[in-house]
Design a protein around this ligand. Structure first.
Ligand code: SF4
Ligand code: SF4
Length: 547
């Protein structure tokens, strides 16, 4: 579909948006890929001069002409291309009496439900009475194709996801204009809002099919009821609801301790600030266990969104931004705006050296460009803020818990109504592990000595108060039954994915003095002396314990 999208764009002189949904990652399919095509113009084969076309400028009177072209030429050309190249697909016999129209990934759900009802299998529609029109292109709709599909059918059901129901409205208008009387259903049967997962489509599809296929109504009804009964049974097999697992920061993420410290400060002082955040990994601070996003607006807009609030509210506001977002847009939209308008706010800059959430892209803070070449500027966040006139700038490493907490308290206690900046500087842990792990594996394979630090919890000492977890949320930190039968609460446990950042131990200590944590250094290819000492302690320790 990627190639077809480009070709459709060329054929219709239009922008084509190709929607890729995360549901695709749950699908198995054979994908045919082609070779990459080198662009006509590129960094080697350069354009001699830009090609000007004033008629394309979005200014009147061009805009009126462009609108005319759009409806007279471009959309008809797009429809022609869609039909000629079969971008929409029909499954089953086109002249089958019962029709279903689907779109996007809803098709997969419909086919799965039809298969559950015994009407389809992995090769497609199995029942000769049914055909499915899959609209891979939802705009523009190809009127003639849709009318041809519907006009001679007994009944047609559109399975459209989401609101507003634009496809249903358009198709109903087409049928009305052309006087097609085929009974047509949509959201009168299909749930109107929310994702169309199989459990929500099955009752509607079963009802529709059982009515139109009376000879199989009993079997379809039995299958649908069986599905509902199995769901009820599954619910009874779980004595308690499954604990929700919201998205959270990666194991050892340097952003986690920042929110942990803010949460601990909030718990200790009782002062609740307004947290204005935006789009980045730090947006997950809005979920458990932090709940620290009172507003969340488009990339790089957090601080700006709190500008008006800071002027009319007595509550202090704290905004968070990542380094990628800062360079991308926030420097202008937030910082310049905040300084110009004398905004009274605390601005936390999470400098993790990568634009992390979208897959670790280089940004001006990463150092070299994507190509590995040196960048063309000097990008220093602290100097940039000071250069713009921010008077109070602090910088700290979030893994150095105490130092960071001291600076956080200092900046939040600053009584001056001004923009105050605290820069948290530590590399994205996910990206760090991507670099460190292969290097470590290579060193181990070469017989070199390596060390990995991990934290552990002494299950005998842990009292099960879970202060290490309540303001942490590290995926490597979990619960285990206590080996001590006198303790009823489960104790904390750390699994082998721990990267030894030390944050849980620090949090437990900061929230409540906790002696349960210990640090372990795992040594591979240990030296002879280390191995000798290990053997010695293995012999001596049992004797010492017995003494
Ligand atoms: S990708 Fe990096 S910054 Fe984002 S949550 Fe993971 S470790 Fe943290
Ligand atoms: S030390 Fe604690 S917070 Fe850090 S990665 Fe290990 S379990 Fe997670």
């Amino acid at each position: 579909m990627t190639r077809e999208s480009f070709e459709l764009s060329e054929a219709s002189t239009s922008v084509v948006a190709l929607l890729l949904r995360p549901q695709l990652s749950h699908a198995n399919a054979q994908v045919t890929v082609g070779d990459n095509r080198i662009g006509q113009y590129n960094v080697i084969s350069k354009l001699k001069e830009g090609i000007k076309d004033p008629a394309r400028y979005p200014l009147p009177p061009n805009t009126q002409r462009q609108e005319l072209e759009r409806y007279r030429d471009r959309l008809p050309k797009a429809r022609e291309y869609i039909i000629q190249h079969g971008l929409n697909e029909i499954f089953g016999a086109p002249d089958a009496p019962i029709g279903i129209i689907t779109h996007g990934t809803v098709f997969n759900t419909v086919m799965r439900v039809l298969a559950n009802l015994g009407l389809a299998d992995e090769d497609g529609v199995r029942d000769p009475a049914i055909s499915v029109l899959q609209l891979n292109v939802v705009y523009p709709l190809c009127d003639e194709q849709i009318i041809d599909f519907i006009k001679d059918k007994r009944e047609v059901l559109l399975v459209e996801e989401g609101q507003p129901d634009l496809m249903e409205q358009q198709i109903r208008a087409m049928l009305h204009q052309r006087g097609v009387a085929t009974p047509f259903h949509g959201h009168d049967l299909i749930p109107g809002v929310g994702e169309l997962v199989p459990g929500r489509v099955l009752p509607a599809l079963a009802q529709f099919m059982a009515r139109l296929l009376p000879d199989r109504a009993e079997a379809i009804g039995a299958t649908a009821n069986g599905y509902v009964e199995r769901q009820k049974l599954a619910a009874t097999l779980f004595p308690k609801p499954v604990t929700p697992r919201p998205p959270t920061f990666c194991t050892g993420c340097p952003e986690r301790p920042v929110f942990s410290m803010m949460k601990i400060n909030e718990m200790l002082t009782g002062q609740k600030d307004w947290h204005a955040t935006d789009v980045g990994c730090y947006g997950m601070a809005g979920l458990a266990p932090f709940h620290m996003a009172d507003s969340n607006i488009g990339m790089g807009g957090g601080l700006a969104a709190a500008t008006a609030l800071s002027a009319i509210s007595e509550q202090k506001n704290v905004s968070v931004v990542g380094d990628g977002t800062l360079w991308h847009s926030a420097l202008n939209t937030c910082v310049v705006n905040g300084l110009y308008n004398k905004q009274d706010a605390t601005y936390l800059v999470l400098d993790n050296k990568w634009t992390a959430m979208t897959g670790a892209h280089e940004n001006p803070n990463s150092g070299p460009q994507l190509t590995g070449q040196a960048s063309g500027g000097v990008f220093n966040i602290e100097r940039t803020f000071k250069g713009l006139g921010v008077k109070h700038v602090e910088k700290a490493n979030p893994y150095h818990f105490r130092d960071f907490q001291k600076k956080l308290k200092k900046i939040q206690a600053d009584p001056n109504p001004q923009l105050r900046v605290l820069i948290s500087e530590a590399e994205c842990q996910l990206q760090r592990q991507r670099t460190v792990k292969p290097m470590r594996a290579k060193a181990i394979a070469e017989g070199k000595r390596t060390e990995v630090e991990r934290l552990g919890v002494d299950e005998e000492v842990c009292v099960g108060d879970h202060s290490c977890m309540r303001v942490n949320g590290c995926p490597s930190l979990t619960l285990e039954e206590s080996p001590n039968t006198l303790k009823t609460a489960p104790v904390a446990a750390i699994d082998t994915t721990c990267v030894g950042c030390g944050v849980c131990g620090e949090i437990a200590h900061a929230a409540q003095l906790c002696p349960s944590f210990h640090k372990v250094t795992v040594v591979r290819n240990a030296s002879r002396f280390e191995r000798f000492m290990q053997r010695l302690s293995e012999r001596l320790l049992p004797a010492l314990r017995a003494a």
